[in-house]
Design a binder for this molecule. Sequence first.
Ligand SMILES: [Zn+2]
Ligand SMILES: [Zn+2]
Length: 507
Amino acid sequence: MKRRGRMGAIGCLLASMLLAGAIVPANAAADSTIAVISDQEAEDVIVADQEAEDLVAPSEEDLLSAQAIEGDISFIEQDGTTQTLSGSDFKADLAQVSGDSVTLKDGWYYVSANKTFNNRVEVSGEVQLILGDEVQLDCKKGIHVTSSGSLAIFSEPGGTGKLIADASDVESCAGIGGNVGESGAHLVKICSGNVTAKGGVDAAGIGGGERDGGKGGDGGDFIMYGGTCNAHGKEFGAGVGGGNNGNGGTIIIYGGELSAYGGYYTALFYEGGGAGIGGGMASEFASGGDGATVIISNSTVEAYSTGGGAGIGGGGGEPRSFGYGGDGGTVTIKDDSTVYVNTKTNDESEPGWAIGAGNDGDNTKGSVSLYDGAVVIQDPDGANSKFATENDRIKYCRESKVIKIEPCKHVNATYSKSATGHTLQCAYCKADDGTKEPHVFDGDNYCVTCGYHLNAPHFKRANLVLGERIGLTFWADLPTLVGVDYGDAYVELSVGGKRAHEACGGR
Ligand SMILES: [Zn+2]
Ligand SMILES: [Zn+2]
């Protein structure tokens, strides 16, 4: 609660008092630990490092409750394929671990049924976790992953496994990531499944914990390949990225859907917040965390912030203590991704920039790059939505408060057309590189893209006169430009210059 002491505002003090009563100390963690259960016998169970974690060994009863996993377990890998492991490949089925605590060390874990851990789950080493379909793993005080640990999350093939890591009542600790003063995990990876992560006061949803003294916990690395993720920072923490004062880390979204919400803090005449994706907010004469290195590829991302944090970029500033907002990060948006950013969901102070610095940060730093076919829409939700022109797209990203980036639909585009194809001329994106594309015709012979009308059908006729009175006429639909389709061709018999049908009186 250090930072609130100097705020002085009555509201802050009240808030502090209220919070102090409600908050469980970060290291109240575990009063006992069921640890990693091996794939062998009960005696193979590895008890967590008691000295480091101040934990008590699990009871005999707890150990016996952990059973070996029978049969194979399939799951969605990061490349989207379904993979299968044998039950003996797993260290434990967490659903069979009794008690409220667990420490996961190197290896694979499975969750076969709903399970709740009321203490903070500890991850040390390289841990892979497969969530059973329709199963929820509820970590009531979040998951502690140190900067040397990694956590990879998968679901069974239905993709419906769910992990909730909610540290929102654990001050200073990330939902998934560092404790107070610690950076985020070496790597948090979501390959499939549905993850919700909520940080405690001044910590990130996924990433760093609150600062301890000077610099806050940086974000660590976060990679998504699929599934869904909702990440909420609290107060000065980023949704995904740094805790209070912490930098953003590296965040790569290769697939799936991420929604990230920076924290928000308000008191009398004062408010602040972390970035949706990026740095935590400034405090105590230290600047806000700088933005992350962010790559979004073939994905859907929403980033929200309020109180001064950037949507994607730096944490908010704190003018009262001369803490400037964090700078923007390096942001690359590729491969038809859709990105929505809103930095003014709830605040009255100056919001941060959509993709760039937090308020009072240096918005000339950092960079944004977009795929050629992206359109940038400012204030996309309201009646005043405005498309950035092709050359303003980056400027709009950096200097707007609410934007949407999505594949351009080339509204009001013009096309140079010829019989052999069309060439796009769009004012809002860079997809108009002069490439001529072939027409694609609908059933009425209009190009669905450029509207070019094929001058067809061309009924061509060839008469073959057989004597004076009898002729054969070959009719065919001969579109000359897109190949020839003789599907409608037919032969007509005429007698005496009249169609046979007429000549015979309809008989
Ligand atoms: Zn366009
Ligand atoms: Zn066309």
